[in-house]
Design a protein around this ligand. Structure first.
Ligand SMILES: *Cc1c(COP(=O)(O)O)cnc(C)c1O
Length: 406
């Protein structure tokens, strides 16, 4: 695939996907956001920009990422399971796709510094990488708990030249990192560019990040047809903020392909604070500058959330997902910690692929589905990232349970 598109029908001019999305931010920030929207709408039509981004996707990221037919897993569970290998991208996950786009845009707008929050550290590493490549400064905000859990990624960011700034309040994870990054951004929104790490935040970010990630589905659609002569029956992806899922779903929205977003059920789906299943258990509200399903208390404040996967524990979700849920185009379902960790070890043993714990949620749902209503069908799973960052945590906390003892 040598030519990608960034143009899709939704959202409307104010950033709405149906009733979701929009921009709920202070007026002084709205002015800056309008400038970003304007700049982005121009460059997404600009063939020179698309050529520059495409060149980086191919020669820097290593795109297109392959689709792998997981023969052993397929045989074991009774459906044809294919993996879109975003884990093979430079920096190990899908996030580099939108980080490069955002960094190029920031550079063209004359910004000096990229800033962002990070959960598992994958967005931080991807953004620090894009900052190094484009010669921009970089501040990464990260929860203290995640800093301890995702140590290798913290070291990577520092080597890449980024400042890692700890978020020390609340549960000290992704949501708090977003709060801290927002605070940092407000100090100088003119020279800094807040490169949001998923399809969340105020307009234009849910649109822009989706557009950059849509490379995944554009490739997958062509690759799958080449491999099998058909489109897949089902496509599955894990949903934290929802960028890897929108990335693979977007190219298939008008096709007769069933789509599934897999949310983290954590330790217990019935207890608030023990999961991060936003669409399964949440309700519409406004948070972090946009309207979407969210997990909130009676005052509309974000609830504490939890998942074994640092990249999935976010109490809201991209607004387009909320829209796709309401119109019934995408099915949203859950996988809990144990199911995901079981698949983390199983995929490694059965196919020789160590998945990110986030991605293991999607694969776990695929095999569950394969044994029930999905028997005999074809299932394409977006393997959003690799598990190198998770190996120490996984063995220390789950090794005994799943038979890997050091
Ligand atoms: C960050 C991350 C996710 C979750 O983010 P989305 O925006 O929902 O895609 C999933 N998988 C991996 C590997 C990640 O790094």
């Amino acid at each position: 695939m040598t030519s990608y598109t960034l143009n899709y029908a939704m959202p409307d001019a104010n950033g709405y996907f149906g009733e979701y999305g929009g921009s709920f931010i202070p007026p002084e920030l709205q002015t800056i956001m309008d400038e970003i929207t304007q700049a982005y709408l121009e460059i997404r039509q600009d063939q020179a920009f698309i050529a520059e981004l495409t060149d980086l996707y191919i020669h820097y990221v290593g795109r297109p990422s392959p689709i792998f037919y997981a023969k052993n897993l397929s045989k074991k569970y009774g459906a044809d399971i294919y993996l879109k290998r975003e884990d093979l991208n430079h920096t190990g996950a899908h996030k580099i796709n939108h980080c490069l786009g955002e960094a190029l845009l920031a550079k063209k707008m004359g910004k000096k510094k990229l800033i962002a929050e990070t959960g598992a550290g994958q967005h931080g590493v991807a953004l620090a990488t894009a900052a190094a490549l484009t010669g921009l400064e970089c501040d990464i905000y990260m929860g203290e708990v995640d800093i301890a859990k995702e140590h290798p990624n913290v070291v990577r960011m520092k080597i890449l030249g980024a400042n890692v700034i700890p978020a020390t309040h609340g549960r000290k994870t992704l949501k708090e990192a977003v709060d801290a990054a927002f605070g940092g951004y407000l100090k100088d929104p003119v020279n800094q560019f807040y490169a949001i790490g998923s399809v969340v935040g105020p307009h234009p970010f849910p649109m822009m990040v989706r557009d950059f990630q849509s490379v995944v589905g554009q490739e997958a659609r062509a690759q799958f047809a080449d491999m099998t002569g058909k489109l897949p029956d089902h496509i599955m992806a894990c949903v934290g903020g929802g960028s890897n899922a929108m990335g693979i779903f977007t190219a298939f929205l008008d096709d007769p392909v069933k789509l599934y977003g897999v949310e983290p059920a954590g330790r217990n789906l019935e207890i608030m604070g023990e999961h991060a299943a936003t669409m399964t258990k949440g309700k519409p509200g406004v948070m972090h500058g946009f309207k979407s399903y969210m997990l909130s208390d009676e005052n509309g404040e974000p609830e504490e959330v939890y998942s074994v996967a640092s990249g999935l524990d976010y109490p809201s979700v991209g607004p387009q997902h909320s829209y796709l849920k309401d119109i019934g185009r995408v099915n949203y379902t859950t996988i809990n910690d144990d199911e995901a960790m079981s698949m983390f070890f199983e995929l490694a043993k059965v196919e020789g692929i160590i998945p990110a714990i986030e991605s293991a949620h999607a694969v776990a749902y695929a095999v569950k589905f394969a044994q029930n209503e999905g028997r005999g069908s074809s299932i394409l799973v977006n393997l959003s990232g690799r598990g190198d960052k998770d190996i120490d945590f996984a063995v220390e906390n789950y090794g005994k349970k799943f038979g890997v003892i050091l």
